[in-house]
Design a protein around this ligand. Structure first.
Ligand SMILES: NC(=O)c1ccc[n+]([C@@H]2O[C@H](COP(=O)([O-])OP(=O)(O)OC[C@H]3O[C@@H](n4cnc5c(N)ncnc54)[C@H](OP(=O)(O)O)[C@@H]3O)[C@@H](O)[C@H]2O)c1
Length: 209
């Protein structure tokens, strides 16, 4: 039996993943950061700041898998989040806690296409987060999707056509639901260990899911 600790459960991908996990009867612990707007309605939610080591250790409980979906965008910098605090620091905190926990045998990181050859601050942050996971010593799987489609997410105009015309599958936009299904497949089976899923390898998992 796998049990997934889902960091970033309140985001677009996180909500799709928690909904799908519930439909399929997969055990989860949805992580939610403390917010002034009140307590989450899900009684399973682990409400804590990821920098709180004892609280995070307790929340990981008997989880087998950390699914790291946290990230931010430049638009949200005004609210205090940055690539350093959201994308990198939370990955460091989760990887360190997972290593200490002893029960976690799979770390699934949601990164981005292009993180292998990072250009710009966003992709450099993704590359750093990937490095943190690789250096953690934990068995890992890294997802590198292109732009999301669905739940208010729209790829740049023409992106899908251009990707198709150029045959660049790694730039092909991905549905949030199909991405969530692929993550759930990999996390639920503890498969694709040590792999970076981008382009054809990602679409193969999407197809299998
Ligand atoms: N959108 C795209 O087209 C795209 C493409 C490729 C890869 N990605 C990557 O995929 C991941 C998920 O994207 P998404 O669109 O689902 O994200 P999203 O909807 O923007 O959600 C971000 C999540 O991260 C949480 N978060 C941010 N900073 C945090 C912090 N410091 N501590 C704790 N939680 C924090 C947010 O919590 P709150 O609800 O509390 O804010 C939320 O749950 C991100 O890493 C993103 O970079 C996105």
């Amino acid at each position: 039996m796998r049990k997934l600790f889902i960091a970033g459960s309140t985001g677009v991908t996180g909500r799709a993943l928690t909904g799908l996990a519930d439909q399929r009867g997969v055990s989860i612990i949805p992580h939610v950061r403390p917010r002034p707007r009140g307590a989450p309605t899900d009684p399973r939610a682990a409400v804590l700041d990821l920098s709180d080591e004892p609280a995070l250790a307790a929340a990981l409980g008997d989880a087998t898998t950390v699914v790291q979906l946290i990230g931010t965008t430049r638009k949200r910098f005004a609210s205090g989040d940055t690539y350093e605090t959201s994308d990198i620091a939370t990955t460091r905190q989760l990887a360190a806690a997972a290593g200490r926990a002893g029960t976690i045998d799979h770390f699934v990181l949601l990164s981005s296409t292009g993180a292998g050859r990072p250009v710009g601050a966003y992709l450099r942050a993704k590359a750093t987060a990937e490095l943190v996971v690789r250096q953690s010593g934990l068995p890992f799987t890294i997802f590198r999707p292109s732009a999301f489609v669905g739940e208010g997410r729209r790829p740049p105009p023409g992106a899908a056509t251009l990707a198709r015309l150029l045959g660049l599958r790694k730039l092909q936009p991905i549905g949030v639901d199909e991405l969530a299904a692929a993550i759930l497949l990999v996390a639920g089976e503890r498969s694709h260990l040590g792999e970076v899923l981008e382009g054809d390898s990602l679409w193969a998992v999407v197809g299998a899911a």
